[in-house]
Write a protein that binds this ligand. Structure first.
Ligand code: 5RP
Length: 232
C-alpha cells in the first residue's frame, strides 16, 4: 500500500465512524492520525447539520484537535458513561484483540473504552494481523520503572524505555508516567498476557485491549470504501 493509499484508507475509516455518531451522543475521542479524520468529519457535521455532541478526549493532542474542529468537550467526570468511543489501533487480530499505545495515550484510551457502550476502532488494512506481535506499550509509574522492567522481562519481554523525539530523555505521558515498549514476539494468549502485566505493581496499564471485543466494531478503511468487522 502506498503512503497516499494509507492516508486515504485512514480517511475513509474515520469518516465512516463519524457517520455512525448520532445527535445528542457523548463520544470518546481517541488519539492518532486515523481518529483525527473522524473528528474532522464530526466538526463538519456540527457546522453543517447542527449535530450536537459532547467529546471526551483521551489526550492533550485529541483535545487540541477537537477544539480545532469545533467539537465541544467534557470529561469522564461529567460523562462516566459514554454512548460511543472512536479510537485507532496499532494491531487488530481476528478475535478483535488490540494492541494500542503508539501515541502513549493507552491509559486514558482504556478508561474511555471501558466507559463506552460501543467502541469503533478505525484502522487501515496494514493493522489487521493474524497474530498480535507488535511491542506492547506499558505505562509505568516512574518510581517503579526498574522493578516493573524486571518483572516484564520475567514474562518474556525485552522492555525498552521509550525516548522522546525533540525532547531529551524518556517520553512522559499526559499522566506524568513513563512508557516501556515490550517486545514479546508472537502473542499466543493476549488475554493472559494482559492479566499478567496488570498484576505488576507500578505497571499502570498496558496497550493490550482484550476485554472489549463484544462492544468493538472495527472499521477497516480501504482506498475506496470500508470493511466492517464485529463479533456481534
Ligand atoms: C495512541 C493509539 C493510536 O490510536 C494508535 O497508535 C493508532 O494511531 P494511528 O491511527 O495514527 O495509526 O493507540 O496511543
Amino acid at each position: 500500500m502506498t503512503a497516499a493509499g494509507q492516508v486515504e484508507s485512514k480517511r475513509n475509516a474515520g469518516y465512516r465512524a463519524a457517520a455512525m455518531v448520532e445527535d445528542g451522543m457523548a463520544v470518546g475521542l481517541g488519539t492518532g492520525s486515523t481518529v483525527f479524520f473522524a473528528m474532522e468529519r464530526l466538526g463538519e457535521r456540527i457546522a453543517r447539520e447542527g449535530l450536537r455532541i459532547t467529546g471526551v478526549p483521551t489526550s492533550y493532542q485529541a483535545a487540541i484537535r477537537a477544539r480545532r474542529y469545533g467539537i465541544p468537550l467534557s470529561s469522564l467526570d461529567e460523562h462516566p458513561e459514554l454512548d460511543i468511543a472512536i479510537d485507532g489501533a496499532d494491531q487488530v487480530d481476528p478475535g478483535l484483540n488490540l494492541i494500542k499505545g503508539r501515541g502513549a495515550a493507552l491509559l486514558r484510551e482504556k478508561c474511555v473504552c471501558d466507559a463506552a457502550r460501543e467502541v469503533l476502532i478505525v484502522v487501515d488494512p496494514t493493522k489487521m494481523v493474524d497474530t498480535l506481535n507488535a511491542p506492547v506499550p506499558v505505562e509505568v509509574l516512574p518510581f517503579g520503572v526498574a522493578g516493573v522492567s524486571r518483572r516484564l522481562s520475567l514474562l518474556g519481554a525485552a522492555p525498552v524505555l521509550r525516548e522522546g523525539v525533540k525532547k531529551d530523555g524518556p517520553v512522559v505521558t499526559d499522566n506524568g508516567n513513563f512508557i516501556l515498549d515490550c517486545g514479546f514476539g508472537a502473542i499466543g494468549e493476549p488475554r493472559d498476557l494482559e492479566a499478567a502485566i496488570a498484576a505488576i505493581p507500578g505497571a499502570l496499564e498496558c496497550g493490550l485491549f482484550t476485554a472489549y471485543k463484544e462492544k468493538i466494531t472495527v472499521i477497516v478503511g480501504e482506498e475506496t470504501g470500508c470493511r466492517v468487522v464485529s463479533l456481534h
